[in-house]
Design a binder for this molecule. Structure first.
Ligand code: RTP
Ligand code: MG
Length: 149
């Protein structure tokens, strides 16, 4: 099933210059980038985005971290992109994330785990509309033949 999901390079990933690496992995897998922007997350957006964790002991630190510097917000489209991209992201704790996953290859601690990915179709829809206006998303067909000289 063709789906859309919300993926975001967190402030640590931006600081460590791995935006390109992250984009490259999803592109090579076969997914299509349909929206992207570098932005600062406001306190209010952070609290809404991570609202499900409001009661958790790490909520304050999580909001502080995600608003601490620019993030790279993206919408990706493709076959089963929600669950497949979560597999490519890896487990929440980078020490448990398998090598070959983004967190497994680049992360070391749970509160700086490089990337966020929507965890269900409901989250994907909610998060895409929180971060993007519909005019910011682009749709196009890939036509390789037209670009080979
Ligand atoms: P994310 O939402 O950021 O993609 O991460 P996730 O689904 O893999 O994990 P989730 O349970 O939604 O947790 C959100 C973020 O909170 C931080 N966290 N810290 N100190 C802790 O035990 C702890 N647990 C979670 C992580 O940064 C996680 O990405
Ligand atoms: Mg989550």
């Amino acid at each position: 099933m063709i789906q859309k999901t919300f993926l975001m390079v967190k402030p640590d990933g931006v600081q460590r210059s791995i935006i390109g690496e992250v984009i490259s992995r999803f592109e090579k897998k076969g997914f299509q980038l349909v929206g992207a922007k570098l932005m600062h997350i406001s306190q209010e957006l952070a609290e809404t985005h991570y609202g499900e964790h409001k009661e958790k002991p790490f909520f304050g630190e999580l909001v502080k971290f995600i608003t601490s510097g620019p993030v790279f917000a993206m919408v990706w489209e493709g076959e089963n992109v929600i669950s497949v991209s979560r597999q490519m992201v890896g487990k929440t704790n980078p020490q448990e994330a398998l090598p070959g996953t983004i967190r497994g290859d680049y992360g070391l601690i749970v509160d700086k785990n490089i990337i966020h990915g929507s965890d269900s179709p409901e989250s994907a829809e909610r998060e895409i509309s929180l971060f993007f206006e519909s005019e910011e998303l682009t749709f196009y067909k890939k036509d390789a033949d037209a670009w080979i000289y």
